[in-house]
Design a binder for this molecule. Sequence first.
Ligand code: AMP
Length: 177
Amino acid sequence: MSGRNAVVFCSASFDIDEKYNDLARDVVRTLHGCGYGMVSGGTVKGTMKVIADEARSLGMEHVGIIPVFMKGMEYSDASRLVWTDTMSERKEAMRAGTCLAVALPGGIGTLDELIETLTLAKIGRYPGKIVAFNLDGFYDPLKALLDHYVATGMLDARSRGLVSFPTTLEEFAACIQ
Ligand code: AMP
């Protein structure tokens, strides 16, 4: 991929409120409008399919990274698919070459991807911006946990500040410029 690329972490679930998928489409459109290409988990599950469909309809460059054991679940209309052996390699490959990591509201897989990225940024191993879209307070419990870590000395305030929690598309657009 050439140019600026963003990795998007999001839900693999079909059983979520449609407002999260509407947000996902808006986020992809905003990324595209700001000149980003997209990297995703590359499957046809849940919000991952929603963002892949949106990228395809926009003609946006979209690379899907998928472990070989998920063969049959791949989003075959991605610009490119990259196969990995493990979930850990997948996370590494998803982040590679990106200058922005976006976590949409998601489950434990999304949380794992977000926290691993933040941990790497803390030790200087992820150079990009990190944004968790806090739609309707979805990430308020995580914000509170991170603040608790800072208050107890478990996390330094600088590292806490490496992740932004926009609540609107306008705030999101400002975060990713
Ligand atoms: P979750 O947030 O728990 O729905 O997990 C979705 C995120 O974790 C995605 O960004 C994927 O990269 C990864 N993931 C976890 N489980 C799956 C799955 N069954 N199929 C595809 N991706 C998954």
